[in-house]
Design a protein. Structure first.
Length: 180
């Protein structure tokens, strides 16, 4: 099935989605790679200047250019998600996110957390960073740029019809990456 959804996703919406479904997402997504995951797991979530549960998590280290009027996203392709397997179950639990965007899949700990906290993992085509950038309407904010650098900073993007995303791990314990 194909769905066009707006973030944040209600738990009931997430439960309707199954592996193989195609999503196009509108709303806000935030980027987080290894260092950002580590940092956000170390701090009190009430001290964050943004609410992660209202956005989708994008495993991405974007290429962004500073313009006179703000930021311009040049490329925003997904990074390999398995690197975040170490953190993802704790991250899902702490921040109650409902959507993850990445590439390459994730492991058993994440799959269990997706079930327990009603979240999905979606795959975006690697090598399509320019296409992804085209779906980003604006950079709302960036956090920890000086400390973490451009690819590891947390970028908040407003997106419209971001996709196609393939639901590859769902909240029902199914995974396209798991051998039958």
């Amino acid at each position: 099935m194909e769905y066009h959804v707006t973030l944040p996703l209600a738990r009931e919406e997430v439960q309707k989605l199954h592996i193989g479904d195609i999503l196009y997402v509108s709303g806000y997504i935030f980027t987080a790679r290894d260092e950002a995951h580590h940092k956000m797991l170390q701090i009190d979530k009430r001290s964050l200047p943004f609410t992660l549960s209202e956005m989708g998590l994008f495993h991405c280290g974007p290429l962004v250019k500073k313009e006179k009027t703000g930021w311009s996203v040049i490329s925003a392709g997904p990074t390999t998600s398995t690197r975040m397997e170490l953190f993802e179950d704790k991250f899902i639990e702490k921040y109650q996110i409902s959507l993850i965007i990445g590439k390459g899949g994730m492991g058993e700990k994440t799959l269990k957390a997706l079930q327990e906290y009603t979240c999905i993992y979606t795959s975006y085509t690697g090598g399509a960073g320019a296409l992804a950038a085209d779906r980003i309407q604006k950079v709302k904010a960036v956090y920890w740029l000086e400390e973490l650098g451009m690819p590891e900073a947390v970028w908040i993007f407003k997106v419209k019809e971001f996709g196609p995303l393939i639901v590859s791990m769902d909240s029902h314990g199914k995974s396209m990456y798991k051998r039958a």
